[in-house]
Design a protein around this ligand. Structure first.
Ligand code: ATP
Ligand code: MG
Length: 415
């Protein structure tokens, strides 16, 4: 007798979502289809963890079912006929519907060939047993667990287990996914899966840069990405991203500091700048092109290493604010932040922080127009005057508009 999760569904799912999945089950029945809740939502239901991405698998036609469901709600419907998938977006959660599929891999790392299939086909293509459970939503079988790979036992024993020995070869992104789940949930790779992961780490070479970068980005969104990177290092995975990358104690300490510093914004770009901090320029370039980083991130990472070579000039405690401004102006803030965290010198870190929190926002109150109205002719001289005013303001020599006006007047008199 299979386990029934209807009481867990009722307890953990918000009312609105519960009603929606029941509706989905009923509508599917009327259409002669079957629908199941699958993947992360089932796993997290057992674990009592919040998850607002609901994946439904439909034995039948997911788009048709999604259209039916959309008729009676305010959800935004997006369909992808080529993939047989649809998304219903509500204000605070989303429901993904996919037609059950069978996948075959023509070669390692290639995207799979997809055909419509049964729920069983759909579950056997999944990454780990804990992600391969389904809950039936059909009215007569509502809440019934389908667990073909003993995912529930693995959840109880806190194990990450692949479904077959070639899993990492078929799709090496699963290597990075496995480490991510292991560290997120505080689980352990099941010993045989861990052995296969080590064996197949080199299969990451078969994965495109974009897909690897996507997995790395997912890792960096975790609460403690440093744990994943440490484990990746331990299992010989880190050096497949680049031979010189390390997931060590230094990185853990810096990631932790980065997180504290940026409470409200995403620390991901800063994590990346710290990740490459101990690479050479050449190694960094290899990493940037392997993972095909977009321009903005690549720039922040390049600037990080460029600035690192200039830090000695920022260690002098006698530097004036305008000197600091001149040295740092033009570097992206993430690169400056990464150096502030990574530098061994407290004076350097202080100067970099001063720039980030204050100096970069300092501007003179007078502008070119004001100076012209005061009788200064336009031309390159005017630009120089504004720079000098900026400098005086950075160094706290003028504080008000009147003081700025007085200063330029004295300059005129002495020139
Ligand atoms: P998360 O909480 O990280 O979003 P999730 O389980 O919802 O976890 P998704 O990346 O949203 O993960 O994917 C949904 C489901 O699709 C997974 O639970 C898994 O069953 C399956 N899946 C995703 N990526 C792969 C893959 N590379 N190989 C096999 N199955 C995968
Ligand atoms: Mg998900």
């Amino acid at each position: 007798m299979s386990q029934n999760l209807s009481s867990q569904l009722e307890e953990y799912l918000p009312q609105q979502i519960l009603k929606l999945v029941r509706d989905a089950g009923e509508k599917a029945s009327e259409l002669g289809q079957k629908v199941y809740l699958v993947g992360g939502a089932v796993r997290d239901l057992f674990l009592g963890r919040a998850n607002f991405d609901f994946d439904l698998v439909v034995e039948g036609d997911a788009i048709r079912l999604a259209q039916e469901l959309a008729k009676h709600s305010r959800a935004k419907l997006t369909v992808h006929p080529r993939f047989g998938t649809a998304k219903l977006s509500y204000s605070n959660f989303s429901l993904d519907l996919a037609t059950a599929r069978r996948e075959t891999y023509s070669q390692p790392g290639a995207l799979p060939t997809v055909q419509p299939g049964s729920l069983t086909d759909d579950l056997c293509r999944r990454d780990f047993s804990i992600n391969a459970m389904a809950v039936c939503l059909a009215p007569q079988r509502f809440g019934e667990l389908v667990d073909l790979y003993n995912g529930k036992d693995d959840l109880d024993n806190q194990l990450i287990r692949i479904l077959h020995p070639n899993s990492f070869i078929d799709d090496a992104t699963r290597i990075l996914r496995g480490l991510r789940y292991e560290q997120r949930l505080g689980f352990r790779l099941e010993p045989k899966s861990a052995e296969l992961l080590r064996r197949d780490a080199a299969m990451l070479d078969t994965i495109s840069g974009d897909r690897i970068r996507h997995e790395l980005e997912l890792i960096l969104k975790e609460d403690h990405p440093e744990r994943v990177l440490r484990r990746a290092d331990e299992l010989g995975v880190m050096n497949k991203l680049h031979p010189s990358l390390k997931g060590n104690g230094w990185l853990s300490e810096k990631f932790d500091q980065a997180r504290r510093l940026l409470k409200r914004t995403s620390p991901s770009p800063l994590y990346l700048c710290l990740l490459i901090y101990n690479l050479t320029n050449k190694e960094n370039e290899q990493f940037l092109s392997r993972l095909n980083f977009p321009k903005r991130l690549a720039l922040a990472m390049r600037h990080t290493l460029q600035l690192k070579t200039q830090l000695h000039s920022l260690a002098n405690p006698q530097l004036k604010p305008s000197d600091i401004y001149r040295s740092l102006h033009g570097y992206t803030p993430h690169a400056i932040q990464a150096n502030a965290l990574a530098s061994e010198s407290p004076a350097v870190s202080r100067h970099l922080q001063l720039y980030l929190t204050k100096l970069r926002y300092v501007k003179p109150l007078l502008n070119g127009g004001d100076l012209q109205r005061m009788g200064f002719p336009s031309g390159p001289q005017l630009g120089k005057l504004l720079d000098a005013l900026h400098e005086a303001r950075l160094n706290g020599e003028v504080r008000t508009r009147e003081e700025e006006e007085k200063l330029v007047v004295t300059w005129r008199q002495t020139s």
